[in-house]
Design a protein around this ligand. Structure first.
Ligand SMILES: [Zn+2]
Length: 433
């Protein structure tokens, strides 16, 4: 097991690759054994981080992991501090990789006759838990797509939870509480989510930004999920950058140590979000169609090259679409798409005009062989929608496997892998014919 400070040093210097070796949402670190990274501070890294402070008067946990983390996190904390009650926990937002670790401590509190930990969160967490309860099938489907790994079978492999631990204390924009020798300053900033909260502990110079910083291009574009807020996010990052934090424990990815590095990481991320938003808006203000915006926008390549801003998870082009949706709507500016025919009917017209299926498949194969995968995907999608035969699906699976393999963004890779895996079952999508 590498020393975590040494690992973080090499990560910062770009010697460890965030796409292949230290993906921010991979739960590979130390087999879910927490590390004491400073006196009285326990860092636990799984899919997301969960960070426990010993305040001298009970423990406070900043984010709490997934359902699968609940037991190992509890055991790790109890090996470290066997008898200090968990006094409080802060949820940085409602996502399921941050909110399930408290239940185990609730159970402990009732066994040991302690008061239940107080959970703090922004008030909109409750309505997002309610939204999750209304959309279990949708969330199962989209996450089964998003997180599918190449080679896996297409199926409903993620069970969406239905029970949530709601916060005991919620707030609108700012909240401060004291415990032992620590002050916890909670600030709400709309960013990845509507309810995002970051926490600053001045006595420890400790900043927990939640998912507002994740060692990758911000998750501000996720194609299957609800609205994200770029410029408010950037403003929040700048506010954090001014604090002079010495330790930052991101929602995903690894700690950053040192005030100058933390300031740089936060400021660069803010600059990236602002650049994508303002450049998208400039084209929208010309009346551009979404097609023009996507293909004419100049993305800030220098920033996207930083070790902490690479497209490991989300994709910058998805962020452009998110800005389009926020300031505009769903209409792309393509009149034939406003009230379209069924995809199969449209595809059948093109295939007929092409002279039948054979030339379409031949051309798709040629694009695959030449590495023109975008065009290969368009052609094979028409073929599969018009004539979903095993022969068409065999080629389609090959094309999307190749497309997945060239993606740095694991979100894009998951969705393409799901399309390929669905074609192995003679479907364009596992959930659809
Ligand atoms: Zn997260």
């Amino acid at each position: 097991m590498p020393d975590i400070r040494d690992f973080c040093e090499r990560l910062w210097n770009g010697e460890i690759d965030t796409i292949r070796e230290a993906h921010p949402i991979a739960g590979m670190w130390n087999d879910r054994q927490p590390d004491e990274i400073a006196e009285g501070l326990l860092y636990y890294k799984s899919v997301a981080s969960a960070n426990t402070l010993d305040t001298g008067d009970g423990l406070v946990m900043l984010d709490t992991g997934t359902e699968q983390d609940a037991e190992p996190l509890f055991e790790g904390v109890r090996r470290w501090r066997p008898d200090a009650p968990l006094a409080a926990a802060v949820f940085s937002h409602h996502h399921v990789d941050h909110v399930f670790g408290v239940n185990r401590f609730d159970a402990e509190a009732s066994q040991r006759g302690w008061p239940r930990p107080t959970v703090y969160g922004q008030h909109q967490i409750a309505q997002h838990f309610d939204r999750y309860k209304r959309t279990p099938g949708y969330n199962t489907a989209i996450n089964s797509r998003q997180f599918l790994r190449p080679g896996m079978e297409a199926r409903s492999w993620l069970e969406w939870p239905q029970e949530f631990r709601y916060p005991d204390v919620s707030f609108e924009s700012r909240l401060r509480f004291q415990r032992g020798d620590c002050t916890f300053e909670l600030t709400h900033t709309r960013g990845e989510t509507e309810d995002a909260v970051w926490t600053w502990v001045p006595e420890r110079r400790l900043l927990c930004p939640g998912d507002l910083f994740i060692w990758a291009v911000p998750n501000a574009g996720n194609p299957q999920k609800v609205q994200r807020w770029c410029s408010e996010w950037a403003a929040g990052l700048r506010e954090m950058a001014a604090l002079g934090a010495e330790t930052m424990l991101p929602g995903h990815g690894f700690p950053i140590f040192g005030a100058e590095r933390i300031r740089q990481a936060l400021t660069d991320t803010a600059e990236l979000l602002d650049a994508i938003e303002s450049r998208t808006l400039a084209l929208m203000n010309e009346g551009a169609t979404l097609d023009r915006v996507l293909h004419e926008i100049e993305l800030p390549a220098d920033l996207l090259d930083r070790p902490y801003l690479r497209s490991a998870y989300d994709h910058p082009e998805f962020i452009v679409r998110n800005v389009w949706r926020f300031y505009g709507g769903w209409y792309e500016g393509e009149p034939d798409r406003l009230l379209p025919a069924p995809r199969a009917a449209e595809a059948a017209e093109w295939v007929t005009l092409a002279g039948g299926l054979e030339p379409v498949l031949e051309r798709a194969r040629a694009h695959l062989n030449h590495g023109n995968l975008q065009l290969a995907c368009h052609l094979i999608e028409h073929a599969a929608a018009a004539a979903p035969s095993p022969q068409v699906h065999a080629l389609r699976a090959e094309i999307y496997e190749a497309r997945a393999a060239e993606q740095e963004s694991s979100m894009a890779r998951g969705i393409y892998s799901f399309a390929a895996a669905s074609s192995r079952q003679n479907k364009r999508d596992f959930y659809n014919p």
